[in-house]
Design a protein around this ligand. Structure first.
Ligand code: SAM
Length: 238
């Protein structure tokens, strides 16, 4: 991390801003309180691109006086603890959307199921499903996330298939924690990956975007919803 993008936003929008920054390729985020967020980038060009996309912020060279908040590396899942040694991509476990998805996975009898973690980030959800006894495939279009998932899966002795693209097969459970814009681009792929009678667990969008997500899957039935902060999770049945 050599370049920093400094941003001010309303306190309630920090989570949304953080998600946008991860999508824009930040290498790490420090939330300094009162809506002040500092995001690291490898190059000045990337930091400036993120500033242009977000429409605000100032870019400066890395100042060692600003120390990013260390991400939590231990994540509880049922009676297990997941250890994340590679957290440079999204999915350190403390974000409300990740927690919502973990809580939803905890409520499913995963043993023996075939699970797809679509947009795996650190692989935290894939590892959780694997600990629950599922056969898991984790997919992410970010090579850094694929690498992080491989490392974190090995740390947790989880046998997970990790890939950059969704394999041509169907799954009992698909879990996807993604912003609405990303979900819109992969909705077709999610639907064709879901087995008859399967379950889609999806989060990463705001409370008032739930209807737009339901519209993406018109033939699925809403089984359950949950919210944390401004984020929502929907569980849909095929
Ligand atoms: C919000 S993070 C979720 C990470 C982790 N699953 C969690 O719940 O904490 C979303 C992830 O989806 C990935 N992603 C976004 N669009 C994607 C796509 N079209 N195909 C595969 N992965 C995608 C991003 O690279 C990112 O790692």
């Amino acid at each position: 991390m050599s370049w920093l993008l400094h941003l001010d936003c309303e306190t309630r929008s920090v989570d949304l801003l953080s998600s946008q920054l991860w999508d824009l390729g930040t290498t790490g985020i420090a939330e300094l309180g009162n809506g002040v967020v500092v995001a690291g980038f490898d190059t000045q060009v990337e930091a400036n691109q993120a500033r242009l996309v977000l429409g605000h912020g100032t870019v400066s060279e890395y100042d060692p006086a600003i120390v990013p908040t260390p991400a939590p590396t231990k994540v509880s899942f049922g009676k297990s603890t997941i250890e994340l040694v590679e957290t440079s991509v999204f999915g350190h476990g403390a974000h409300e959307t990740t927690r919502l998805a973990l809580d939803a996975l905890e409520q499913i009898a995963l043993d023996g199921l075939i699970v797809l973690d679509f947009g795996c980030g650190t692989g935290v959800l894939a590892i959780a499903a694997s600990l629950g006894g599922a056969a898991v495939t984790a997919v992410d279009n970010d090579p850094a996330a694929v690498q992080a998932t491989v490392v974190n899966a090995a740390t947790n002795k989880s046998d997970i298939a990790v890939a950059g693209e969704v394999p041509d097969q169907v799954f009992d459970v698909v879990v996807a924690n993604m912003l609405l814009a990303d979900l819109q681009t992969i909705a077709g792929s999610i639907r064709s990956s879901l087995a008859y009678g399967g379950t889609l667990i999806t989060t990463g969008f705001l409370r008032d975007q739930g209807d737009q997500v339901l519209d993406l899957f018109p033939d699925l039935t809403l089984a359950r919803s949950a919210s944390k902060g401004e984020w929502t999770l929907l569980e849909l049945s095929a």
